[in-house]
Design a protein around this ligand. Structure first.
Ligand code: ZN
Length: 268
């Protein structure tokens, strides 16, 4: 019984990571575990080949600290191919890393949040909401405008700590900066021209034939909700939705902003 039964056939090359037949190795290369092809590479090429090889075989499990450290270092490698591959592997291993890195940098300066749709009010009823909230970090003023009532604009000024807490909640917990991606908002214009673009003839023919052709659904009228955010790093976010419901996190934002005004109303 061969001792090598469970091992891949041939001899291992530590550079390319392949098992190759013995004749692919020189005498010296055999001992050094470097195949003839790899021995012709320059030192830099050897290093790149080894790195790519290690990255391609990177374990898809919880990484040890030293593995993490190595992977992070490789994302800054001088060789672009190594750096790009390391970045890809890193994003697979740590899918939330990019979000978390962004969170640390993002501070909301101003926010405007409009809701014009039905919302489950938490007591078993659907309520038609037609409101706009604004937040201003510097003045710490929170406003609510209810377009359905005569109250007009109500405002509360938050304590410094309370304002910071609210803004942190919006970025860190609600991840507002990812809503466009998370809720597929503002799709590319190309998504809206299924057959009208360059196909007018087809469309007109169908109309002439008396066929009922539904034009592609385009956003009409005002959005059901819209969020505009200006961050301290001067980036601006402006997302609108035309779906007639409020997804989970925008609803959480709505309910938590509303609370500031409900508390105030109870006083009267
Ligand atoms: Zn090799």
């Amino acid at each position: 019984m061969s001792k090598k039964k469970n091992r891949p056939h041939g001899h291992y090359c530590k550079i390319c990571g392949e098992y190759k037949a013995n004749e692919k190795f020189s005498g010296k290369g055999h001992a050094a575990h470097i195949c003839k092809a790899c021995s012709r590479l320059s030192a830099a090429e050897k290093a790149v080949t080894m790195d790519i090889n290690r990255l391609m075989n990177f374990p898809m499990r919880r990484l040890s600290e030293s593995e993490k450290k190595w992977l992070k270092a490789k994302m800054k490698d001088d060789c672009q191919e190594v750096a790009d591959t390391a970045r890809e592997i890193y994003n697979v291993c740590f899918p939330h890393a990019e979000r978390n890195a962004m969170k640390k940098q993002l501070v909301i300066n101003t926010l405007s949040f409009e809701v014009h749709t039905e919302i489950y009010d938490g007591y078993g009823d659907m309520e038609l909401v037609d409101r706009r909230f604004t937040i201003d970090r510097k003045s710490r003023v929170l406003t609510m405008t209810d377009f359905q009532t005569e109250y007009g604009e109500q405002r509360v000024t938050l304590e410094g700590g309370e304002m910071a807490k609210l803004l942190r909640y919006i970025v860190h917990t609600l991840e507002i900066f990812m809503w466009e991606q998370d809720y597929c908002l503002n799709p590319d214009e190309e998504d809206y021209d299924p057959f009208l673009d360059g196909e007018e003839d087809f469309f007109m023919e169908d109309l002439e034939d008396g066929l009922e052709v539904q034009p592609p659904k385009e956003p009409e009228g005002s959005p059901s909700w819209r969020v505009q955010v200006e961050y301290s790093n001067h980036t601006v976010q402006d997302d609108s939705s035309y779906e007639d419901y409020l997804p989970e996190r925008p609803e959480d934002l709505y309910l938590s902003l509303l609370e500031y005004f409900e508390l105030k109303e109870e006083v009267f």
